[in-house]
Structures are given as structure tokens and as C-alpha cells.
Design a protein around this ligand. Structure first.
Ligand code: DLL
Length: 449
């Protein structure tokens, strides 16, 4: 079955008409059912009837993560709680999670969107599909699961963790496709290597990787290690979950937004103004079909741009670039903006390093400082007969990494090399940035308080 190819190749004016009709329904829905939105729209003098063209989206208020927190848990739901058949939440590293709900129709739509996304990535009905995204409040596991089932795949719901067992299942069930965070799937490859197995010998042909920023260098490493094609999937619980954007197998450059269900904008993160195509800024989404948790102009905090030109794959849905990072993860070092993904590219390009790194941000007085921790590769470690940070080779590698980071990021960083297997391995979203700035805040001395 080819998934809804008419929708994906719809001509742009028909697509815009469909979006407008759905936008009007969504605005009316939130106006009449969600007091939070009614109050906001009234304050701004916007009535649902005032939405006449797609450009009127700019009249609508933004929604922020703090709005979800303030209405925790169910305050932004647009249906009676009894119509909600599923509840998910964001990872919620800071305090309570942000909670979202789905009606039966929402789950049907989401499953179809994900089925389409898996197809875009090269998946087919009948494939065995190894789903290593975490199952639970996180949308990754169940989101991919329902989509894969909808497509008619044999889904293996392994979730994240217990990696040696994952290796056994990969070998025995012979899946064509795998889904998981790129950092966790890399961890599976490393575990296979430690078990004396070659990840290139698995049956995998494509990987659906997302839920965290990952670089082109990480893509090359995953593709080489498993001999598969690695494709980027984007999504967030507040807007739906995985499947909001999906990179196509054919072009592998930019993610097609499921535009029949989501309206995408890119804005300047400080002024809130809309930016032209091609210019990076903060992604903003409005849901067009959701019933339980419709959302207007959600500020994602994710940085990307929209491609102005159509895709050679033939799909007309707009492409967003891969995510450079989250605004919250951006560090400003002596006036230069730095994202961990830029550091990832440099570390992964160095032949003597393994693809594991962590970035620590500290504060000296009023200035932020970055320290990069990276592991040397197994082969370098073995060649040197162990880990001696003062050996000529390790000194040279450290110097080269420092220079490459300075040339790319235009700032100087502290670099520490580590023995293989020192940094924590991820089973879900990797922690790339360890922010210790709060420890330095009130001292005024640049020393931890
Ligand atoms: O991470 C949904 C998801 C599951 C996407 C599985 C893809 C695959 P949340 O836990 O709500 O939802 O986190 C959403 O993760 O705002 C981004 O910052 C980040 N993120 C998601 N996909 C990507 C990606 C899921 N492909 C937050 N590249 C988002 C970079 C991503 N960052």
C-alpha cells in the first residue's frame, strides 16, 4: 500500500485550502472549548470568524511550554476527559511533565501520520520493525508502535535498555527497520562490537532516528556501522509526538512536514516575527486536526529553517531542515552562540576519537566557559597500550581537537580526553550538555557557591 500519496503530492493551492479549512475549525474549537484560548483570543480581539486566510494565523497567540505547565494536567484539553483515550507527557526533566491527551480520532490520525513517515523512510508493510524507543509517557515508543502496526509491520516493542538482549533479538528476528534515538542505536552497535559481533551483518536496511539533535557526522557513523540508511524523524509531544516531520529516503535532506495536519512557521526567537524561508529561527507549529489537545502557534524552542525549493522525491509538503539544537541548549561564550551539535560534528570528525562526548558549561565571573570531554577510540587506546594523557599521541590529539573546535566555533574550549567507555551511555535521549552555571551564580567570584 502506498500511503496517501495524493495528500503528499497535493498541489500547493489545494493544500493551502485544506489547511485553511482545518485552521478555522481548530480556532473555533479552542475558542469555544478551552477557556485559556478564549481569554487570549478575546484579549487580542480575534474571533474565529476573523480567520479568513492562512496569513491570519499571524493574528493568533503563541502557546508556550509554561502555558502547559500552568494548566497542568488537563487544563488545555478541548474535550471531556472521558473522550481522552491516551495521555502522554514530555520527558519532564524539570519538575512536572507537560501533559497531552488524544481522542480515538487523534490516535487514528497520529498512527496514519507515523505510518506515512515510516513509508517515507523506506519501510513497508510486512517488514519486521525493531522499535527501540522508550515505551511510557514518552511519545516515542507508542507513537512509532501504532504507526508501524497501522502500516502492517511486525512490530517488536523492545523499548530502550537491556542492550545485549536487543542484540540477540536483532540477530534472531532479522528486522529490516529499526527506530530509536541515534545515541541509543550507537550504543547497540558498540555493545555488538564488545560482544565480538559485526553490526554490518544485521539485516537492517533503514533506521528512523530522532528525539534528540544529531549531526551529519553521527549519520555517517551509524550508516557505516550498520550498513543502513539513517533517516531523521522529528516530533514533540506538545504537537503530537514523532512524525511531525520525516526525512525522505530518496533525498535525505530535510524533513517533510505533515502539512495536512500541522501548520509550520519559523520565527525570530526574540522578536517573534516571521522569518523568510531559508533563514534559521524557532519552529512554531499549529495543529490542524487534533481534537483533545489542539494547539495554536506552539513555540518549540527548536532551531531550524524551511527549504524554499521543492524536493526531488515529488512530495509537495514543505521540508524543514534538521534541528540545529534547542534554544535552551545554546551557550553564549564570549558573544558566540554555540550548540552542542556543532561540537558533535568536530568530535566525530576526528579519527582518533570515538563518537562519545559531553559538553560542560561553567561560569567564570560573568563569562560562560565550555569544556569538552571526549573518549579516545578503542584502537588508539590499544595501540598506546592504555591511557596516558601525557603521551605524545594524546597531547597531539588534544591539541588537534582544541584547534578544530576553535576553527569551527571561533571560541577556545577546554578539552579533556578520556579512556574508552568512560562517559555514560544513553538508553534514550542522551545528555550532551551538563550545565553547571547555576552553581556559580551568586558568588560573584567565578567560584562555585
Ligand atoms: O522526542 C518525540 C519523538 C519521538 C520524536 C521519537 C522523534 C522520535 P518530546 O519528548 O516531547 O517528544 O521531545 C521533543 O525533542 O522539541 C526537540 O527538541 C527534540 N527532538 C525531537 N525530534 C528531534 C530531531 C519527542 N529529529 C523535543 N532532531 C523537540 C533534533 C529532536 N531534536
Amino acid at each position: 500500500m502506498i500511503w496517501q500519496s495524493e495528500i503528499e503530492t497535493m498541489n500547493p493551492s489545494d493544500l493551502q485550502n485544506l489547511q485553511l479549512e482545518r485552521l478555522r475549525t481548530t480556532v473555533a474549537r479552542v475558542y469555544h472549548r478551552v477557556p485559556f484560548y478564549r481569554k487570549k483570543l478575546d484579549e487580542m480581539g480575534v474571533k474565529p470568524e476573523g480567520i479568513r486566510g492562512l496569513e491570519d494565523v499571524h493574528k493568533l497567540p503563541f502557546t508556550r511550554k509554561s502555558d502547559l505547565r500552568e494548566n497542568y494536567p488537563f487544563g488545555l484539553f478541548a474535550v471531556d476527559r472521558k473522550e481522552v483515550v491516551r495521555i502522554h507527557g514530555s520527558s519532564g526533566t524539570k519538575g512536572k511533565p507537560t501533559v497531552v491527551g488524544y481522542t480515538r480520532n487523534d490516535i487514528t490520525h497520529w498512527s496514519e501520520i507515523v505510518a506515512r513517515a515510516i513509508t517515507i523512510a523506506g519501510g513497508r508493510s510486512g517488514d519486521v520493525f525493531h522499535n527501540a524507543y522508550g515505551y511510557g509517557l514518552f511519545t516515542g515508543g507508542l507513537g512509532l508502535h501504532y504507526g508501524a502496526e497501522r502500516l502492517g509491520m511486525s512490530v517488536v516493542p523492545v523499548s530502550g535498555g537491556n542492550t545485549p538482549r536487543q542484540v540477540m533479538i536483532l540477530e534472531d528476528f532479522r528486522p529490516r527497520g529499526i527506530a530509536g534515538t541515534p545515541s541509543y542505536v550507537l550504543n547497540i552497535a558498540e555493545t555488538m562490537e564488545q560482544m565480538g559481533k559485526d553490526p554490518r551483518q544485521t539485516s537492517l536496511e533503514y533506521g528512523i532516528f530522532g528525539a534528540e539533535p544529531w549531526s551529519e557526522e553521527m549519520r555517517k557513523i551509524l550508516e557505516a556501522k550498520f550498513n543502513l540508511r539513517a533517516l531523521d524523524i522529528y516530533g514533540l509531544s506538545e504537537v503530537m509526538g514523532p512524525g511531525v516531520g520525516m526525512e525522505c529516503f530518496e533525498r535525505q535532506e530535510g524533513m517533510h512536514v505533515a502539512e495536512d495536519h500541522f501548520y509550520v512557521e519559523v520565527i525570530h526567537p526574540l522578536t517573534g516575527e516571521n522569518l523568510p524561508m531559508g533563514e534559521p529561527g524557532e519552529l512554531v507549529f499549529t495543529s490542524l486536526t487534533k481534537e483533545a489537545f489542539p494547539i495554536l502557534r506552539y513555540r518549540t524552542g527548536d532551531i531550524a529553517f524551511l527549504y524554499p525549493e521543492p524536493c526531488s522525491c515529488g512530495r509537495t509538503h514543505i521540508r524543514m531542515s534538521r534541528i540545529k539544537g534547542r534554544i535552551d541548549d545554546m551557550v553564549i561564550v564570549r558573544g558566540v552562540n554555540v550548540f552542542p551539535s556543532e561540537i558533535e560534528s568536530v568530535v566525530m570528525n576526528h579519527p582518533a576519537l570515538s563518537p562519545y562526548y559531553q559538553v560542560e558549561v561553567t561560569r567564570a565571573g560573568t563569562l560562560d566557559e565550555i569544556a569538552v570531554f571526549a573518549e579516545v577510540s578503542d584502537s588508539v587506546f590499544k595501540d598506546q597500550g592504555g591511557f596516558n594523557p601525557e603521551s605524545d599521541l594524546f597531547r597531539r590529539v588534544r591539541h588537534e581537537l582544541k584547534t578544530a573546535l576553535r576553527n569551527t566555533l571561533l571560541i577556545s574550549t577546554d578539552v579533556t580526553l578520556l579512556a574508552p567507555n568512560t562517559l555514560p551511555r544513553s538508553t534514550g535521549k542522551a545528555t550532551r550538555l551538563v550545565d553547571k552555571r547555576h552553581l556559580y551564580e551568586d558568588s560573584g567570584e567565578g567560584l562555585p557557591v
